[in-house]
Design a protein around this ligand. Structure first.
Ligand SMILES: *[C@@H]1O[C@H](CO)[C@@H](O)[C@H](O)[C@H]1NC(C)=O
Ligand SMILES: *[C@@H]1O[C@H](CO)[C@@H](O)[C@H](O)[C@H]1NC(C)=O
Ligand SMILES: *[C@@H]1O[C@H](CO)[C@@H](O)[C@H](O)[C@H]1NC(C)=O
Ligand SMILES: *[C@@H]1O[C@H](CO)[C@@H](O)[C@H](O)[C@H]1NC(C)=O
Ligand SMILES: *[C@@H]1O[C@H](CO)[C@@H](O)[C@H](O)[C@H]1NC(C)=O
Ligand SMILES: *[C@@H]1O[C@H](CO)[C@@H](O)[C@H](O)[C@H]1NC(C)=O
Ligand SMILES: *[C@@H]1O[C@H](CO)[C@@H](O)[C@H](O)[C@H]1NC(C)=O
Ligand SMILES: *[C@@H]1O[C@H](CO)[C@@H](O)[C@H](O)[C@H]1NC(C)=O
Length: 479
């Protein structure tokens, strides 16, 4: 009995001993209330924020201990050598108590005194291009050379001017997001110095000129989105070095020339959107080598060429294929029906001819099929059940020589804008003009981007892409 007691006492003492050590350890390493903040760092933080939110904001009054017991919404700190430093500043109306910018918001030079700043973001901060246009000065960014990993400006129409060349000094940057601002001018080649970038988003500004070939050096890039600008010239990027890319979106610019054959080297790419540009020269064969691709969008380009140029059966991950309004000629190959994951197929507004392969209806996931505005001929070989399932997401209107099985006319499932085949000699004239034009007009008022959006597919809907941005962003910030 006595022995047992001593053993228990021993264990208890050991426990006390270790828990004590543990407490001492946590005290030393983590207890934030004891860690001080340099006066200069604290003053710099107050002045920097004041520059954005207005001089009424008295930081020392409102937040005497900004990294401790009076945290500022959107501001985060890290310990370096036992002292608090600001690591993360987010300005803009994300939450009710977030820091809102004043109408006269501007950059204060105090911002650049924060020597451990890792992430800086501005959301809807500079909003009046007329009353208070703000430019990003070329000065001082080199102060962040050894710290800044993420820089984001989203939805700041009042942020104008060019990207400063001094951004080229931010060599630790992993994420540069300049989304929906009023920025313009040419893209500086210095962006090519940011070799650790994983995410580069310049979408929705007024950038023009060529995409600098130096961007081909960004070998760690996962997301490249330059959509909705005025970029021109041909694609001179060295895609061979961008092999990590997952998303490439250059849609809605004025890019032209051939689709580069090198694009096939992007084996990990899941999204390729080159829609609404001026690309030409046919469907390059190497598109068929992008084996990870889930979405390929080339719509609204005078690409021309022939669907038979590509081995579609290799693209076993493809879910969305939008080739509408691309000047395609020739027939629709059966091999399209071998892409088992295909959900969306847009071939409308081309010059396709020949018959429609009935095998397309056997695609297990197909939910949208647009064939309208071509010169397809003969009888559509799909079943009433297929039309019923697809509803308005099947479109074959504006193919004057196309018809559907006459038996369907007695059901409600006959496809819009397609006439029934007439067994008699005058094959393609069996429908009343009145009915035709009413359905046609109905369909003409829409277009693919509208229809795809209503389906919630990711290419067009920001939902999908944003999700990825968000996930990637978290990944980048917390990795
Ligand atoms: C903030 O308020 C304190 C008094 O509470 C005052 O001494 C200080 O000058 C104020 N600072 C600014 C920048 O207005
Ligand atoms: C980086 O900053 C230095 C000043 O410290 C400047 O001379 C140089 O031009 C900058 N580099 C770039 C690419 O802007
Ligand atoms: C592109 O440039 C044209 C003419 O230079 C201009 O009218 C148009 O607004 C610009 N578009 C964008 C998105 O900046
Ligand atoms: C492509 O993705 C795979 C799997 O995620 C990865 O192991 C590989 O490194 C990636 N390739 C490149 C060039 O990044
Ligand atoms: C597209 O490119 C062709 C020449 O390839 C040119 O004639 C046409 O003007 C361009 N269109 C636009 C909108 O830039
Ligand atoms: C459509 O195809 C028919 C033959 O099937 C041909 O006679 C006609 O010229 C074509 N129309 C156009 C606009 O290409
Ligand atoms: C539908 O659009 C095509 C091409 O834009 C046009 O030629 C045709 O007249 C339109 N039809 C109707 C009914 O508006
Ligand atoms: C497509 O439809 C959307 C929404 O209805 C419209 O904003 C856009 O301008 C249309 N695009 C074209 C090329 O007609």
């Amino acid at each position: 009995m006595k022995e047992l007691l001593t053993t228990i006492q021993c264990v208890f003492l050991l426990f006390l001993y270790f828990s004590n050590v543990f407490v001492i350890c946590t005290d030393e390493i983590v207890d934030p209330s004891l860690a001080p903040m340099e006066k200069t760092e604290q003053e710099a933080l107050y002045s920097a924020i004041q520059g954005f939110v207005g001089s009424w904001w008295n930081g020392s009054d409102l937040y005497p201990d900004p990294c401790g017991w009076t945290p500022i919404q959107g501001v985060y700190c890290d310990l370096y050598d036992g002292l608090w430093y600001v690591s993360d500043i987010n300005i803009g109306p994300i939450y009710d108590n977030s820091l809102w910018c004043s109408p006269s918001a501007d950059f204060s030079h105090h911002l650049f005194k924060l020597k451990h700043l890792k992430a800086l973001s501005f959301f809807s901060c500079f909003t009046s291009p007329n009353q208070n246009p703000v430019t990003i000065s070329n000065l001082r960014w080199e102060k962040f050379t050894h710290s800044l990993e993420s820089l984001e400006f989203r939805l700041n129409p009042g942020l104008i001017g060019t990207i400063p060349t001094s951004f080229g000094n931010l060599t630790k940057l992993q994420s540069l997001v300049l989304l929906e601002n009023g920025l313009n001018g040419k893209l500086p080649m210095e962006i090519g110095y940011l070799v650790h970038l994983r995410k580069l988003v310049l979408s929705g500004n007024h950038f023009l000129g060529q995409i600098p070939p130096s961007l081909g050096q960004l070998s760690e890039l996962l997301i490249l989105d330059f959509s909705r600008n005025n970029l021109s010239g041909s694609l001179t990027l060295a895609f061979g070095s961008l092999r990590s890319l997952l998303k490439l979106d250059l849609s809605n610019n004025m890019l032209k020339g051939d689709l580069p054959g090198e694009i096939g080297e992007l084996k990990n790419l899941t999204l390729l959107d080159l829609g609404s540009n001026n690309f030409s020269g046919g469907l390059v064969q190497s598109l068929g080598e992008m084996v990870s691709l889930k979405e390929m969008v080339l719509s609204n380009n005078p690409v021309e060429g022939d669907l038979n140029n590509i081995q579609w059966e290799k693209l076993q991950s493809l879910e969305v294929l939008d080739l509408s309004n691309t000047g395609l000629r020739g027939n629709i190959p059966e091999s399209l029906a071998e892409m088992e994951k295909l959900r969306f197929l847009g071939l409308n507004y081309n010059s396709l001819s020949g018959t429609v392969p009935p095998r397309l209806a056997t695609l297990p996931c197909i939910s949208t099929l647009y064939l309208g505005g071509n010169n397809l001929t003969g009888e559509l070989g799909f079943s009433g059940e297929f039309y019923r399932k697809m509803g308005r997401r099947f479109g074959a209107w504006n193919n004057p020589n196309l018809c559907h099985s006459a038996q369907l006319s007695s059901t409600n499932y006959a496809p819009y804008g397609v006439k029934p085949c007439n067994q008699e000699s005058n094959r393609y004239k069996g429908v009343s003009n009145e009915k035709m034009s009413s359905t046609e007009g109905d369909w003409n008022s829409t277009n693919n981007s509208f229809l795809v959006e209503s389906l919630g597919l990711s290419r067009y809907s920001f939902g999908g892409f944003w999700h990825v941005f968000f996930v990637q962003g978290m990944f980048i910030i917390f990795s």
